[in-house]
Design a protein around this ligand. Sequence first.
Ligand code: DP6
Length: 327
Amino acid sequence: MAATAQAQPNIALVKYWGKRDTRLNLPVTGSLSVTLDALWTRTRIEFDASLRHDELRLNGAEDPATLARASACLDLLRRRAGTAQRARIDTRNNFPTAAGLASSASGFAALVVAADAALGLALDRQTLSMLARRGSGSAARSLFGGFVSMAAGQRDDGADAVAQPLLDAAAWPLAVVVAVTSDHRKQVGSGTGMERSRRTSPFYPAWVDGAAADLAAAQRAVQARDFAALAELSEHNCLKMHAVMQSSRPPLLYWNGATVDCMQRIRALREETGEQVFFTVDAGAQVKAVCTPDAAPRVAAALAELPGVAQVLSSRLGEGARRLDDS
Ligand code: DP6
């Protein structure tokens, strides 16, 4: 009754920011992402009849907040397996938590794949994606590799709010350079932030209205491997999301000075030196530059020399969540 799984974080190029149902964690819009390769979460789960509660260690230390969310997600798999057995969960990230990368995406994707294997459920990928979504919306996308598209769905039960693969990493092998800007302010989490935007931003209805067209255009750009179109569309979609965040009450201002410097530098690299690169920013101060692999070292060097950039991480695109055969 034990299994280990690995999943990598994903970066959204068309963003998910808003829920149509908070209980089932249903997104109000679809989204599109790329799954990374170099960063990972590895999770081992062991169901044990002698345990009275789930136990969780994140990078070797107990973490009550993560345990509560993981337990709620595991309950969904336990129900399907017809068991009440509690689990020992050991989960590790190879990337610094301070990197501000959505560890909940790789975390919940690895969790459902490991639990599915440990419980012998053998659920299909769509169902695993749906279960990961219950843990964290973006996690639904980390079930798949390369370019991934996530549907908002229409059903009340959320059975159609799942991700699906759009294009393999090998079919368009882009790179992602993450500029970690030194910022230690406590940020408002995504779930709380989305609800605040839905209730208070005057731009929220326009954001929701434009999402389907952005998603369709991004899907076309990916299918055609049209870098310029994807770059324009992704930056536009990212800045629209931040306009919604910044116009919420109280405002969600995730950027610091270095965030803006990185965005400007990336635009200059593209517009003045012709590099194939564009930026995207999530609910934090870090900047992700999406570029061609040959441009990645130059993009990384240009971002590393900016004041306020503490660290630069580079990754290619990678695979979806999978079981590791150790246990
Ligand atoms: C800005 O998936 O973390 O990164 O479903 O509440 O867990 P919950 O939210 P989460 O939100 C991700 C928001 C984002 C954009 C994106 O990844 O699409």
